[in-house]
Design a protein around this ligand. Structure first.
Ligand code: 3PG
Ligand code: MG
Length: 423
């Protein structure tokens, strides 16, 4: 360990107490004939009665298919939306179960209009080895979000084993994620294992030099993330609206750009912390500026310190891109969260897309390990058609951010704790 790494470890013992090696994988466990409760994250976008994005379904499919192949009776638990204890038509998991059946035609996938109780029990009792039942939204019960032990007991009564394959929900200490692990032998699913391995390696033991790329509108929503990243990574590239507040803290004038004046001191603190731990903060050199944020708006390029009074920074410019490409050529790990411009409004996604293509190219040629996560980020990578070429793309939004911020995720902690006990 070099001095810098040692100092970094000392100033940032964020994952202290959580020993991920205690998390047991379901892989290799004898599940034949057993009722296996699998908590997944089927919180997918539904538009006009159709599942609009099946990523979370296809990513958890290997776990469900494996359990079915090994002749478990598979009972799937999930939430969808935020119904807060009251069923609503648009938060039923029925549609999702139907989609799941389409995605795995060789396996019987059914839906039960109950999450617990006698109705659910009847359905589970009728399951044959190798069959799958998706239970109704666990958030239809008020006990779910309260991490209620009685509700956890009602769920646990439906299974012999519990598997958490919902990394992207595991920042919630809810009954089907946390309390239930006290009641059944608990394991991580294949997707959970992949998520914690990829994210753990990129954040905690990255091949160095390691670069984090972070964007999004506001510093105020990512203070923990920035603080944690500067103490762990060698370079932190900041873009999007967030970069404006950092540029403001450095004394730049930014015209009509989005800035958070109340967070200038915070931004200064983060940059000071970066200095202390030897992390370089990389900000845009040139920027794309427009008077309005709308598709096809007239834009101009200018230096980051030369924004005209009516101009808003909406993307970074070609000089910044060249500098970022030069830096990418020197690092071995890239951890990406947050778009670097107003990418939903063309042409202001060009910077983000070009950088994504370069990360993908270097990853494909074996020069980089690249890990990305967060809803907007994954959307941007999909738009640039490069998500497939990244080393790992997380299914998590909020959970990914909390992990990047150094938080321990209750669902993951519960698995580690359960793994350290013998059942
Ligand atoms: C997500 O989509 O990020 C998770 O499913 C968590 O959903 P929640 O924010 O409603 O808890
Ligand atoms: Mg508990």
């Amino acid at each position: 360990m070099n001095e810098r790494t040692a100092a970094r470890r000392e100033t940032n013992p964020t994952k202290g107490g959580l020993d991920l090696s205690q998390v047991r994988s379901i892989d290799g466990v004898d599940v034949r004939g057993k009722r296996v409760l699998v908590r997944v994250d089927f919180n997918v976008p539904i538009e006009n009665g159709v599942v609009a994005d099946t990523t979370r379904l296809t990513r958890v499919l290997p776990t469900i298919a494996k359990l079915a192949r090994e002749e478990a009776k598979v009972v799937v638990l999930s939430h969808l939306g935020r119904p807060k204890g009251t069923p609503t038509p648009d938060t039923s998991l029925k549609l999702v179960a139907v989609k799941m059946q389409e995605l795995m035609p060789g396996t019987a996938v059914r839906f039960a209009a109950a999450h617990s109780g006698d109705d659910a029990k009847r359905v589970v009792d009728a399951l044959k080895p190798g069959e799958v039942t998706v239970l109704e939204n666990v958030r239809y019960h008020k006990g779910e979000e309260k991490n209620d032990r009685d509700f956890a007991k009602a769920l646990a009564a439906l299974g012999d084993l519990y598997v958490n394959d919902a990394f992207s929900s595991s920042h919630r200490a809810h009954a089907s994620l946390e309390a239930i692990t006290d009641l059944l032998p608990s394991y991580a699913g294949l997707l959970m294992m992949a998520e914690i391995t990829a994210l753990g390696e990129a954040l905690e033991q990255p091949e160095r030099p390691a670069m984090a790329i972070t964007g999004g509108a506001k510093v105020s929503t990512k203070i923990e993330v920035l603080t944690n990243l500067v103490s762990r990574m060698d370079q932190l590239v900041v873009g999007g609206g967030m970069a404006n507040t950092l540029l403001l803290a450095k004394g730049f004038t930014l015209g009509a750009s989005l800035v958070e004046r109340d967070f200038v001191a915070t931004a200064k603190g983060i940059m000071a912390r970066a200095d202390e731990s030897g992390c370089e903060v990389v900000l845009p050199i040139d920027v794309v500026v427009a008077k309005e944020l709308k598709p096809g708006a007239a834009w101009q390029l200018c230096g980051a310190g030369n924004v005209p009074s009516e101009g808003m920074i909406l993307d970074f410019g070609p000089k910044s891109l060249a500098e970022l490409k030069r830096r990418l050529g020197q690092v071995k790990t890239v951890l990406w969260n947050g778009p670097l411009g107003a990418f939903e409004t063309p042409p202001f996604g060009e910077g983000t897309f070009a950088l994504a293509r370069e990360v993908a190219r270097l990853t494909k040629s074996g020069k980089l390990v690249s890990v990305a996560g967060g809803g907007d980020t994954v959307r941007a990578l999909n738009e640039a058609h490069v998500a497939e070429d990244f080393s790992y793309v997380s299914t998590a939004g909020g959970a990914f951010l909390e992990w990047l911020g150094g938080a321990q995720l209750p669902g993951v902690v519960a698995l580690a704790r359960s793994g350290s006990r013998t059942h």
